[in-house]
Design a protein around this ligand. Structure first.
Ligand SMILES: [Zn+2]
Length: 570
């Protein structure tokens, strides 16, 4: 039995006001809808590219085309919108026709209805318990209202942190865009169930660490309690969580919400090579940048991957589906600019690669359409996960000790806007997703000689594994002696580095005397703890000298002998 949830009373209360496009100068219609539904959506005339971007920095734009933009107003910002006096058309709240809530866990697991909050929790545990050899249930954090933000890890040896590329699929950071919520639970079950079958699912589960977070904003989806009744976009403070991530330029930074802080911590710990954020409200695959109106250095890679996603959808979906903008693919900013989105944060801030996929024009996808969503998307999602299996991967370690190194991995003449990546501090593992071609990857790490590898990638080949060992560089200075002064090289041509102990740092006087004690040079400078002071005595005759360093104003003083040699060229 499916419960058919309609709440006509609310709509009766609003009859004659909502959805007929009347403009209410006082904004009372907006107030009424926010009161009843927890948010209000309004359509405004598309004001042009720049004005649109300014507007998107003040209000949460959920979609726009060349004619109309749709804004989602939360209890936090609807009064500001009313005060701005922008002409609008109130969008009639979704009547939820065909929106089904399952009456049991087993009904929910037919994936044609929406689970209650308790069903959801049970389903996630059920999948983890049924396939313990490949599943581990984890919690990203807790929402403001105390709901667990769940993530299911699906990988062989799920209890160990293997150095496999990590991939995350996440949905419904906007709590009222919920088709992806069911889609990802079903995908988790599909991957776990198929993990032993020898097909693509087992290839992905054995080669990658896949994390599935079906519901990133539980308080938005379950705003009214245990069932999804008039869910909202924002969290319980009225913040759009997909405008809430740190931004490289926005000042001041947004007040980070609890859900955002927890997600950042999780993302920082896992360092996903590849991730995706599922939404509804449009039908398009959207890739970075969202905030900068310029091309990401890996634009070719992003476009190829997104094109493959949409083209695969087109093979199975009804005609006209996911054809918005450039036949279902767009750069974020070419659609409309946003700041604080997760896709950009992951991509510029964490060296990951994240895209945003809008899977349905209708935000509250009817239960009866969820089967079609699965049929149209699951192959694309599996293919998308497999994108983490083409590129260069390996570990970076110290040649002598074998210790993992956190190296910066940079492609000269290609990387910009923080598109380089880092190897993992704990394991030294790295994964750079790249299209076919010949790539020079430069590995650099403080105290180590830079190392370059050439990776030749061909289409259809699996991940190229290149482990890199780095040698300590000659610039890794020895510790200064317990007494005296470190001088090197020694002998030298007169150009030397000196390093006193830490108690002789700060403002110092460097003095050079000859072997008879006669003062040759002296000057004041700053010595920093652990860093050499570079001296140039290159014009002096060869011989033995005394270099002393005195901490000002009262000492102590340290000294050492230096031998200057000259090449006789005349
Ligand atoms: Zn969204």
């Amino acid at each position: 039995m499916k419960k058919f949830l309609v709440i006509p009373l609310f709509l009766l209360l609003l009859s004659g006001k909502v959805g007929h496009g009347q403009q209410s100068p006082a904004g009372s219609d907006i107030r009424g809808v926010v009161m009843l539904f927890g948010q209000a959506e309004v359509d405004i005339a598309y004001p042009g590219f720049n004005a649109m971007n300014r507007l998107a920095s003040r209000f949460s734009v959920s979609s726009c085309d060349g004619t109309t933009a749709r804004l989602c107003l939360s209890p936090r910002d609807f009064e500001q919108f009313i005060a701005a006096g922008i002409p609008y058309k109130l969008v009639k709240p979704d009547e939820r026709k065909g929106f089904f809530t399952a009456s049991s866990v087993s009904e929910a697991m037919h994936w044609q209805s929406y689970p209650t909050w308790k069903h959801y929790d049970t389903i996630m545990h059920k999948i983890a318990d049924h396939w313990p050899e490949v599943c581990l249930l984890d919690t990203i954090g807790f929402s403001i209202m105390g709901r667990a933000v769940l993530a299911l890890k699906i990988s062989d040896n799920p209890g160990t942190d293997e150095s496999e590329p990590a991939v995350m699929l996440s949905s419904s950071i906007h709590g009222d865009e919920i088709a992806g919520f069911v889609l990802l639970m079903r995908l988790a079950e599909y991957l776990a169930a198929g993990s032993g079958g020898g097909g693509l699912a087992s290839e992905l589960v054995s080669g990658l660490e896949i994390w599935i977070n079906p519901l990133a904003n539980p308080d938005g989806a379950y705003r009214n309690g245990d069932t999804i009744v008039y869910p909202v976009r924002a969290n319980s403070n009225g913040y759009d969580l997909n405008r809430n991530f740190p931004d490289p330029e926005a000042s001041p930074p947004p007040p980070l919400q609890k859900e955002t802080r927890d997600m950042i911590k999780f993302l920082e710990a896992k360092r996903f090579a590849l991730s995706v954020n599922l939404h509804s409200g449009a039908e398009v695959v959207n890739y970075p940048w969202d905030r900068w109106t310029r091309i990401h250095p890996d634009d070719v890679w992003f476009n190829t991957v997104c094109r493959r996603y949409a083209d695969t959808v087109h093979l199975y979906a009804e005609p006209g589906y996911m054809t918005f903008l450039n036949n279902g693919v767009t750069r974020g900013w070419e659609w409309y600019v946003i700041t604080g989105g997760r896709q950009d944060f992951v991509t510029w801030g964490l060296g990951g690669r994240e895209v945003t996929i809008e899977i349905d024009d209708t935000k509250l996808t009817p239960g009866s359409n969820l089967e079609a969503m699965w049929e149209w998307h699951h192959r694309s999602l599996l293919r998308y996960i497999s994108e983490a299996l083409s590129g260069v991967t390996g570990t970076v370690t110290d040649t002598d000790t074998g210790d993992p190194l956190s190296a910066k991995i940079f492609i000269a003449g290609h990387d910009a806007d923080s598109s380089h990546i880092y190897s993992d501090t704990l394991s030294g593992a790295y994964c750079r997703l790249l299209p076919p071609g010949s790539w020079n990857l430069i590995f650099s790490c403080p105290g180590y000689e830079p190392y370059t590898i050439t990776a030749v990638l061909t289409s259809g080949e699996p991940l190229l594994i290149r482990d890199v060992q780095m040698e300590k560089s000659g610039n890794d200075y020895p510790d200064p002696p317990g007494s005296g002064l470190l001088i090197w090289p020694n002998p030298s041509d007169g150009k030397v580095s000196i390093m006193p102990q830490e108690q002789v740092t700060g403002e110092v006087t460097v003095t050079l005397a000859n072997a008879t004690g006669a003062l040759i040079r002296h000057y004041r400078t700053i010595a920093q703890p652990g860093l050499p002071v570079v001296c140039d005595f290159g014009s002096l005759p060869y011989g033995m000298y005394i270099i002393s360093v005195r901490k000002e104003p009262v000492g102590p003083v340290v000294r050492g002998k230096a031998v200057f040699k000259r090449l006789i060229t005349e």
